[in-house]
Design a protein around this ligand. Structure first.
Ligand SMILES: *Cc1c(COP(=O)(O)O)cnc(C)c1O
Length: 433
């Protein structure tokens, strides 16, 4: 039986899919915090290049992927789709489980899909230097790689808990030529203020974003780059779902359920949006599920309202599911899911009932991740391990109901640099808050 579905290089998508074009109800626009009017091009070009701002606001259904971006995608794309037959057997489930594996990129996650595109558009626009934040280090390492490939300088503000506990991602970023600072840092006014008030002050993605934006507006030839949340980031990730659709056709199956983990929402969007298009346009009955950590559950516990994307209130107001811009999530091991908000597009399709959401505590998540590693071999990153938990629960339910169902999920990164988290779990040191 064929269990591994690959595509030739020529099958790398030539266009990104823009869900904005097919929404049954328009997305509420980002607002200027002062005037509460929709932000203009001018507001946005203070931190982003104009070509990316245009993309952020575009309602074109398909957006051409530039040739230099596709050339770099070809280093690891198309990524494989696999059927998890050993996990199915272990669970004794009639469900068929498929996963799209984004861990084959040089940085080990889906994030280079947008990092490469953003570095390219900045290069074309004349940017010399990019500033950004990173949680667990996956975004920082992806942008460091992309900047290296396009000859841009890269400055990364890394959430301190990861800077200290996950030094290998820092070493990756430095190997690709980036400079990395623990956030809160002594490099910005905001960081210095926080450190002065409390040298042991809490850290968060929201704080690191504020530092990166401050760096951008105060430095020459510098733009800011965000690894999730925004429309253009979700857009760039849609190569995942487009490839998966081709590969499910190879497997001669249609998913009943599509699952992905959500931090800011981009890997989920990348897998789900092309399927949501079919749900809207072709009335396909897919159930599409976003999985989040229960201690930072913006969809299932947050509220849908306008909020800032960062702690220092420097970003435009985004209409999104949020726990509040000053919410400091507990230091769970899935650092990439420690974000107070959710992509406006993902929040919107949740409101429209096009997707569902569930939340899990990290002990249940690591239990599932180990079962996956022991049956399928790949050690998943803690973030997609949330998706693995939901997949296993769906498969167990299929067994109990004795009903075949086809489950597809996005295994958006490997956990080879997160092994300390696995060790903490095995040693029984991993607590649920
Ligand atoms: C960054 C990251 C996430 C969370 O970000 P999203 O934008 O929600 O995808 C999840 N998984 C991995 C492997 C990541 O690197």
């Amino acid at each position: 039986m064929n269990t591994r579905f690959t595509l030739p290089q020529s099958a790398i998508p030539t266009r990104w899919y823009n869900l904005l074009s097919d929404l049954p109800e328009p997305l509420p626009p980002p607002l200027h915090p002062g005037t509460r009017q929709p932000v203009g091009l001018q507001d946005m070009t203070a931190i982003f290049p104009e070509n990316l701002v245009m993309q952020e606001m575009s309602a074109d259904r398909w957006i051409e992927i530039p040739e230099p971006v596709r050339d770099i995608y070809a280093l690891w794309r198309p990524t494989p789709l696999l059927r998890a037959t050993r996990l199915e057997q272990k669970l004794q489930t009639p469900a068929h489980i498929y996963y799209k594996y984004e861990g084959v990129s040089p940085a080990g996650s889906h994030k280079p899909n947008t990092a490469v595109a953003q570095a390219y558009y900045n290069k074309v626009a004349g940017t010399k230097r990019l500033a950004t934040e990173t949680g667990a280090g996956q975004w920082g390492s992806s942008l460091a790689l992309a900047c290296q490939l396009f000859g841009l300088e890269c400055r990364v503000y890394m959430v301190r808990v990861s800077f200290d506990q996950k030094p290998y991602r820092k070493f990756m970023m430095q190997s690709w030529g980036a400079s990395v600072y623990p956030s809160p840092s002594d490099q910005t006014d905001y960081g210095r203020k926080l450190l002065k008030e409390d040298p042991d002050c809490p850290d968060s993605l929201g704080i690191a974003i504020s530092e990166a934006i401050e760096d951008t507006v105060k430095s020459k030839n510098t733009k800011y780059s965000l690894g999730s949340v925004l429309n253009h980031v979700c857009l760039h990730q849609t190569v995942i779902g487009q490839e998966a659709i081709q590969q499910m056709e190879q497997a001669a199956e249609e998913p009943d359920i599509v699952i992905g983990c959500v931090g800011g929402g981009s890997n989920f969007a990348g897998m789900a949006f092309p399927f949501i298009r079919r749900k809207i346009v072709e009335k396909k009955p897919y159930r599409i599920v976003a999985v989040e950590p229960s201690v930072c559950a913006s969809l299932t516990k947050g509220e849908l309202r306008y909020d800032f994307g960062d702690t220092a209130q420097m970003t435009p107001l985004l209409c999104m599911h949020t726990l509040g811009h000053d919410f400091i999530p507990p230091r769970i091991h899935a650092g990439g899911l420690r974000y107070h908000g959710m992509a406006p597009l993902v929040s919107h399709v949740y409101k429209l009932g096009l997707i569902d959401a569930v939340a899990y505590p990290q002990s249940k998540v690591f239990e599932a991740a180990l079962l996956f590693a022991q049956t399928e071999g790949i050690i998943p990153a803690p973030e997609p391990s949330h998706a693995v938990r939901a997949v296993i629960d769906e498969a167990i339910q299929a067994r109990e109901e004795n009903r075949k169902k086809v489950i597809l999920f996005n295994l958006c990164g490997h956990g080879m640099l997160d092994l300390a988290s696995y060790e903490a779990y095995r040693a029984g040191d991993l607590k649920d808050d």
